[in-house]
Unconditional design. Structure first.
Length: 322
């Protein structure tokens, strides 16, 4: 039976030292930074990490270790029992950027994700979380790896229209699309037929990422050299997914088992509709929940944190009224 670790990236953007560094490098930029790269929400800590870790504790207790990758910060994990805290390891950016210190500090999630596989003692099989992604139902190793191969979540898409319209690169909502295109192209896939990975939990293997780094070192160095995100970077998870698809070593989930509440949801839906959408994550068929922009959710839905706690914990959502 394989060991599986979790890797979670986190930073407290309100930390004075971090905020000063970030502003300093933003001011030093020789070119205009992309809106998606400098949105303050990218670094805001709304205590999502608590929900992320709590969801692992409740619904994925079999994970061997939980590695928190951060920028010289220590999150408060005192609410968790010692038996769980002992499995949590803090990893500073400097450890995974060993040999590439000239690119630190970085405020670029794509750069950090490019090197998380370099965590010392990381299990070969691991699952990668953003801190706003939670495990909403009990899961097993088979939800992430089957016969050692990753279980992928997402869909096949045609983004050829984006390559034909370079002006859309300035659209903040489309940066991820361009990053996914770059990932696919590195593996020989066309923008007209690529696998767009979902905003969920990503199963990955250290050995495959090490091989990709060796085979595409120049592209990796380009990826980690940017202190803020740009559209011509590749998405490391997308690169990994297409590498596995290319070799046939993968499985794709047939039925959607995740909920993503993206930023801007209240521009399209009422508070009642957003609540109903969240409540879908309380069903056994939904295993993962991602909540972007938690403060906006809270402003529109009183008791939103209690709702999320119920979803990832006891699941007794029937008692909640909005």
């Amino acid at each position: 039976m394989i060991d599986v670790d979790a890797v979670v990236t986190w930073v407290d953007g309100a930390d004075i030292a971090h905020a000063r560094k970030r502003k300093s490098f933003m001011d030093q930029s020789q070119s205009e930074l992309h809106e998606n790269a400098v949105n303050p929400h990218r670094w805001t800590d709304n205590n999502e990490l608590y929900f992320c870790l709590r969801s692992i504790q409740v619904n994925a207790p079999w994970l061997r270790r939980i590695w928190l990758v951060t920028d010289n910060q220590t999150p408060d994990i005192s609410k968790f029992p010692r038996s769980f805290r002992d499995r949590i390891q803090i990893v500073d950016h400097a450890r995974i950027f060993d040999g590439f210190a000239e690119f630190l500090p970085t405020f670029n999630s794509l750069a950090i994700e490019s090197l998380i596989w370099r965590i010392p003692d990381l299990a070969d099989h691991f699952v990668y979380f953003n801190d706003d992604v939670f495990v909403s139902s009990p899961v097993s190793k088979a939800d992430f790896f089957q016969d050692g191969a990753p279980v992928l979540r997402g869909k096949w898409v045609d983004y050829s229209h984006l390559t034909a319209s370079p002006e859309q690169r300035q659209d903040a909502a489309l940066m991820n699309h361009y990053n996914q295109i770059k990932s696919a192209e590195l593996m020989g896939f066309d923008a007209g037929n690529l696998f767009h990975g979902a905003h969920a939990i990503h199963p990955m293997t250290r050995s495959v990422m090490a091989r990709l780094f060796e085979d595409h070192q120049a592209e990796f160095v380009h990826n980690i050299a940017h202190r803020f995100r740009v559209t011509d970077q590749f998405l490391p998870q997308g690169l990994y997914n297409h590498a596995c698809i290319k070799t046939g070593n993968y499985t794709i989930v047939g039925k959607r088992d995740h909920i993503h509440l993206a930023s801007g949801a209240f521009d399209r839906w009422s508070a009642r509709e957003v609540t109903d959408h969240l409540l879908k994550a309380a069903t056994p068929d939904i295993k993962f929940l991602c909540v972007n922009d938690l403060p906006v959710v809270e402003r529109n839905i009183p008791g939103a944190r209690n709702l999320i706690e119920r979803i990832i914990g006891s699941g007794q959502t029937s008692e909640l009224r909005f």
